[in-house]
Design a binder for this molecule. Structure first.
Ligand code: ADP
Ligand code: MG
Length: 258
């Protein structure tokens, strides 16, 4: 039987900032419905890799495809990478939801307006439909009562759940999370992880999550990946990743966080 095409297909991605080579050939496939957790030491290139996936960063070489479509570039007949126009990139990026460490909601807009903005602007969804969908999403993250509230009046955990709802409003093919709980007070971490877990188990969302939440990784992830020094060091099912890592760098890293 033919293998289903991966949702995320990254091949030999190289990225540098000036002289600093931050990604030294990262390849990763994520199939539909898979949850991949990325861990690793600070500065290893985790955020940069996620940002390359939705073309928030340019890459030097390599291939990035989401759902069968190249992101940010097309290849000339001579094999050269040519960057797409901002308009094309915006359209491509619309399929990729991203949630960052810092809740980056628009402070001057209500929760509901935060969620409806992109569907109305980018997808051309009508206001009534966008609001109806936003309310469904607020239900699903447990915050329908906060629709007319401004972000500053919400806790960090609530803001992060709104950020998830906002990303989902675009009906993304894949969701990228960059340490979504690491800026939260400890007692607020659980509600965000629970929201992410439901997204994985009930909605079967394809997810790439940079997080050091071991419980989440063990319970929800299909694979755990260690990125260190701009390369993928380890890529294994969570059970093996945590209990029997093959590489010394993974063992060292785990000894610090477990
Ligand atoms: P991680 O998320 O694993 O902590 P990052 O991807 O944020 O690591 O960073 C990897 C390396 O790239 C670090 O050395 C960081 O300082 C560097 N870096 C990240 N973003 C930039 C940037 N915009 N300009 C220059 N260097 C950067
Ligand atoms: Mg980071």
């Amino acid at each position: 039987m033919a293998q289903e095409n991966p949702i995320v297909h990254a091949v030999d991605v190289h990225k540098r900032f000036g002289h600093l080579e931050v990604l030294k050939g990262v390849s990763m496939d994520v199939t539909r419905g898979q949850v991949v957790v990325i861990m690793g030491p600070s500065g290893g290139g985790k955020s940069t890799f996620l940002r390359c996936l939705n073309h928030l960063e340019k890459i030097e070489s390599g291939t990035i495809e989401v759902n069968g479509h190249a992101i940010g570039y097309r290849t000339t007949s001579g094999g050269r990478l040519v960057e797409e126009s901002a308009k094309v990139v915006a359209r491509q990026r619309a399929d990729i939801g991203m949630v960052f460490q810092r809740f980056n909601l628009f402070p001057h807009m209500t929760v509901l307006d935060n969620i409806t903005l992109a569907p109305m602007m980018v997808r051309g969804t009508g206001r009534d439909d966008a609001r109806k969908r936003a309310m469904e999403l607020l239900e699903s993250v447990g915050l329908p009562q906060k629709a007319e509230e401004y972000p500053a009046r919400l806790s960090g955990g609530q803001q992060q759940r709104v950020a998830i709802a906002r990303a989902l409003a675009m009906d993304p093919t894949v969701m990228l999370f960059d340490e979504p709980t690491s800026a939260l007070d400890p007692e607020l971490v659980g509600e965000v992880l629970e929201t992410m877990k439901r997204l994985a188990t009930e909605n079967h969302m394809t997810m790439v999550c940079v997080t050091h939440e071991v419980g989440f990784a063990r319970e929800v992830a299909d694979r755990a990946v260690l990125i260190d020094g701009g390369v993928i060091v380890e890529d294994a099912p969570p059970d093996r990743f945590f209990n029997d890592p093959q590489h010394q760098r993974t063992q060292q890293f785990l000894s610090k966080i477990l």
